[in-house]
Design a protein around this ligand. Sequence first.
Ligand code: IMP
Length: 200
Amino acid sequence: MTIFLASGNTHKLEEIHGVLPGVKVLTPADAGLIFDFEETGHTFLDNSMGKAIALWRQVGLPTLADDSGLCVDSLGGRPGVLSARYGSEEGSPLLESPKRNSRLLGEMSGMVNRSCRFVCCLSLVLGPDRAFSIQETCEGLLLEVPRGSGGFGYDPVVYLPELGKSVAELTPAEKNLVSHRGKALRRLRAIIADLLESGI
Ligand code: IMP
């Protein structure tokens, strides 16, 4: 099965390859396509389904989109769907992750409730009216100072109490076992296996 991924994010692509063996995952760039989607939705589901449908219209083959981010309870769920744009001015380039992380920790300075969660919504589109979406989470606590050098994005500032490590201190395989994206991908894998078994 070949699936086009509505993203050029190499970190996401690597995490997806690790969990969907046997599925050929292509990016629009692999097929020489330029794909751009403005994420204006108010929910992870809106953005992920919007991206997957937009790419399906372009390629006419199964597409998969991921919309993800970090929701912090003390900030009313922010940065949430605006996680990529957190800390950057409208129209200006996105902040690099280390700057974005220190800005977030600055905003959270002195806050006692540090509960947060990573959210990942995956949407698989098979046709104009046929689609599946899954949304999963990974619960954590926002650290006071970043820890670890693995992963990407907000990984160094999210601590997983049950593992005693930040997400950036996990190996890729360890992250896949507990992460929002890993959990959603395993559910997706089960859906894909079922679709293949029943002839799609
Ligand atoms: P988007 O899904 O491309 O809109 O990206 C959302 C933002 O959340 C990105 O800027 C990522 O840095 C961040 N993000 C998404 N997934 C993860 C993750 O697994 N770890 C750390 N940061 C993440």
